[in-house]
Design a protein around this ligand. Structure first.
Ligand code: SAM
Length: 353
């Protein structure tokens, strides 16, 4: 039915987003090409055969896409809308998309121009929801979410995404409030990582009271703060100063030493690492800790180089996977360009004891 998938990403990362979806489409033997513009914050994968993207979007695992925030299958041609009373045209366009929708999401590109549509979308959504309800098109048990992607208030691309294979957050953006007492804004990265990579059950079983954490490059302590908040004991490694209030909790030991030579006396539950270092250098360090069983799980950043960003990410993940496989450690590697990440991605590795 549909011949396109639209993928939303951070502006400036269209090339990586496109590269990844093409790799996945090729793996599914799905002939397609890419349409995108630099810094547009979205990418279109267009079918170049009779095959439809309605099936493809259920076959590619959304969690595997590092640079995609949100996606939906749709028709290549956007719908032109009148200046007033847009709802009848929209209802007409979605006939046959699905019997019912679990929800409706109004999207726009995450660019300065796109953001100017935020107010329009906020005001328009309640009218649309009410029309969908009146037409019995919303149901809590439905499998698909309806997406309306506006590039301006008179043009919309309408599509659907499987609710169990797309982001639960509007436009794939996890909106988090900066905790007043956290020592740095970086704390939001770790909070987002915990929510993104770990299920609610894993969040309570894998990070809990009394667990031990090593934070490499910890100062001033935003990441450490997230673990202290969850009652963990943290060893913070950094030559720079840690936040005074955080140190007063008595839950943090601060060691002014080099993160690349420090080794724990016994295995810790978590290793976290947020240093602006070469990504392969960091990957080797993390691989060593996990392979030697100096830590059980890890969350860390990989700073992206200026060029060959996707190839570098693949190289790092392959290195980690190979090292852990050789060490006979059952593991899961997840990676994401989180909303709070800029020129880096975040990686989470969990292992079985
Ligand atoms: C981006 S900051 C970390 C911010 C921290 N995650 C937070 O949430 O507050 C990076 C830190 O890494 C530290 N760092 C860089 N290289 C290091 C090394 N080789 N050993 C220890 N610390 C290092 C720096 O001193 C700096 O404080």
């Amino acid at each position: 039915m549909f011949n396109q998938i639209v993928l939303l990403c951070r502006p400036g990362f269209e090339k990586e987003c496109a590269g990844e979806i093409m790799e996945q489409a090729n793996q599914q033997s799905f002939p397609a090409y890419i349409q995108t513009n630099e810094s547009s914050a979205y990418v279109s994968l267009v079918s170049s055969s009779e095959l439809n993207t309605h099936d493809l979007i259920t076959k590619i695992n959304f969690q595997q896409l590092i640079f995609t925030r949100q996606w939906f299958a749709c028709d290549k041609n956007p719908l032109s809308l009148p200046e007033t009373n847009r709802i009848p045209d929209i209802l007409d366009a979605i006939k046959g998309f699905a019997d019912t929708f679990a929800d409706v999401e109004l999207d726009y590109p995450d660019t300065n121009e796109g953001k100017s549509l935020s107010k329009f979308c906020k005001q328009f959504r309640p009218h649309l929801v009410s029309a969908l309800k009146k037409n019995c098109l919303l149901s809590a048990h439905a499998r698909w979410c309806l997406h309306l992607f506006f590039t301006d208030s008179l043009h919309v691309t309408i599509g659907i995404a499987p609710i169990d294979n797309s982001s639960a957050d509007n436009m794939g953006i996890m909106r988090l409030k900066m905790p007043g007492k956290a020592p740095s804004r970086s704390t939001l990265k770790m909070e987002e990582a915990i929510h993104w990579f770990l299920s609610p059950q894993q969040q309570t079983t894998l990070i809990k009271n009394g667990m031990t954490v090593v934070d490499l490059g910890a100062a001033p302590g935003g990441w450490t703060w997230q673990f202290v908040k969850r009652d963990c004991l943290v060893t913070a490694i950094d030559n720079g100063p840690m936040d005074d209030e955080l140190m007063k909790t008595g839950m943090v030991e601060h060691l002014r030493t080099d993160a690349f030579t420090y080794a724990p006396k016994k295995q810790v539950d978590w290793l976290v690492c947020d240093m602006a270092e070469r990504p392969l250098h960091v990957s080797r360090l993390i691989a060593r800790w996990l392979s030697n069983r100096q830590c059980t799980h890890a969350i860390f950043n990989l700073k992206l180089p200026m060029k060959k960003r996707l190839a570098t990410v693949h190289e790092c993940i392959d290195l980690l996977h190979q090292n852990l496989t050789e060490a006979n450690i059952k593991h899961t590697i997840q990676a994401k360009h989180l909303y709070h990440d800029r020129e880096e991605i975040t990686v989470c590795i969990t292992t079985e004891k």
